[in-house]
Design a protein around this ligand. Structure first.
Ligand SMILES: NC(=O)c1ccc[n+]([C@@H]2O[C@H](COP(=O)([O-])OP(=O)(O)OC[C@H]3O[C@@H](n4cnc5c(N)ncnc54)[C@H](O)[C@@H]3O)[C@@H](O)[C@H]2O)c1
Length: 344
């Protein structure tokens, strides 16, 4: 396996492989860039098929955090961690204490928080071993509702830009993944009168949105071909790819999942197809924005900053039209300008 020449490595400052046999911890911590401040990004626990998959995932997610934090106007760098494990088959107490010790060895260069497969309870366990944890219970707490708020406002920005509408009433929206963020997002969309078509691989999560928001449930493989206005990917990454693109009927792709494009060229393809793409790390920054208010937590200040996602996305959409370039390339350029300015 190559690391330095891996495309996703992309100038990472540090990548740490951690193992603790007693707890079964196998983790990778990636610190992409600290120009703007200590790297902050969640920890994902996933049963990866291979170590290579885990490396690729953490590198892509970590780089995304640098860009996300920069464009959200935060004084935080980008990093991420993954734990390679089956979340249903671990001793969480032992595992997250070992994870906390691993994070502590970076002496504050990286702060962790919850992500897929990890809860705020796990983060509180890790906190026993290190102060370098964020999104804490009793402080900024679970970032998911703020990620959902930002995603909802991002969907509204896309609808405003493409259709000139201020409301989502009557629009059809497919949501892939109705977990922590997806569920809260469905609530916002339902409250505004959108019609929901959802899928998930977790039946309990599906039952909840079906019951609470009158959502229509479809099989996971059928979500892409739904006749909807908006497709909101809210599960894992890379769902915009060569197989799914030809199936899409939506004219907007806007959801909270990280790394939605399997490759950058899929952003080009979306543009050619006339599909407006809300770059993932811009639309899903609500949670990390909330976390950035952790010290002296103030929900009003956090919410006001999350609401700026609407304006940032509109700016990206307008630039994309003016320059006839993809929204993901425009967002990357805007983020890089901020990161490079900080280096100077
Ligand atoms: N939690 C946050 O604040 C936050 C912030 C930024 C980005 N994100 C991203 O948003 C996404 C969702 O995060 P979350 O915290 O809601 O995670 P979660 O684990 O709570 O929810 C993910 C849901 O997707 C479902 N899922 C997994 N594979 C699926 C598949 N193939 N088809 C359909 N459903 C599938 C899971 O069963 C689960 O219900 C992730 O990509 C995450 O990285 C989350």
């Amino acid at each position: 396996m190559t690391v330095f020449s891996n495309l996703s490595f992309d100038d990472h400052e540090q990548v740490v492989f951690c193992q603790d046999k007693a707890s079964g911890l196998k983790a990778i911590i990636a610190v992409h860039n600290t120009n703007l401040g200590p790297a902050v990004g969640g920890c994902r626990m996933w049963n990866y098929e291979s170590d290579e998959d885990a490396v690729n995932d953490v590198l892509r997610l970590s780089r995304g955090m640098t860009y996300k934090n920069a464009l959200a106007g935060l004084t935080m760098g980008g990093g991420k961690s993954v734990i390679i494990a089956d979340k249903n088959n671990v001793d969480r107490e032992k595992l997250f204490k070992a994870f906390g010790r691993a994070v502590h060895q970076l002496s504050g260069k990286y702060y962790s928080a919850e992500d897929v497969g990890v809860s705020t309870t796990d983060i509180m366990i890790a906190l026993q071993e290190t102060p370098y944890m964020a999104g804490l219970e009793g402080k900024s707490g679970d970032p998911s509702p703020f990620t959902a708020l930002g995603t909802y406002l991002g969907i509204k920005a896309a609808v405003k830009h493409q259709k000139g509408l201020d409301s989502l009433k009557g629009l059809k929206i497919s949501v892939q993944g109705v977990g922590h963020v997806g569920y809260c997002l469905c609530r916002h969309l339902h409250d505004e009168g959108a019609e929901l078509i959802v899928t998930d691989i977790n039946q309990d999560n599906l039952n909840r949105v079906k019951q609470d928001f009158n959502a229509v449930v479809v099989a996971p493989e059928d979500i892409y071909k739904q006749d909807v206005d908006i497709y909101a990917p809210c599960a894992l990454g890379a769902t915009i790819n060569d197989q799914t693109l030809p199936q899409l009927k939506a004219t907007i792709v806007a959801g909270c999942a990280n790394n939605q494009l399997a490759e950058a060229r899929h952003g080009e393809r979306l543009k050619e197809m006339g599909i407006l793409f809300a770059p993932d790390y811009v639309i899903n920054a609500g949670g990390i924005i909330n976390v950035s208010f952790e010290q002296d937590y103030d929900v009003k200040k956090a919410t006001t900053k999350v609401e700026k996602i609407y304006d940032t996305l509109l700016e990206i959409f307008v630039k994309s039209d003016e320059q006839n370039r993809t929204t993901n390339v425009i967002a990357d350029e805007m983020a890089r300008e901020i990161i490079e300015a900080a280096a100077k």
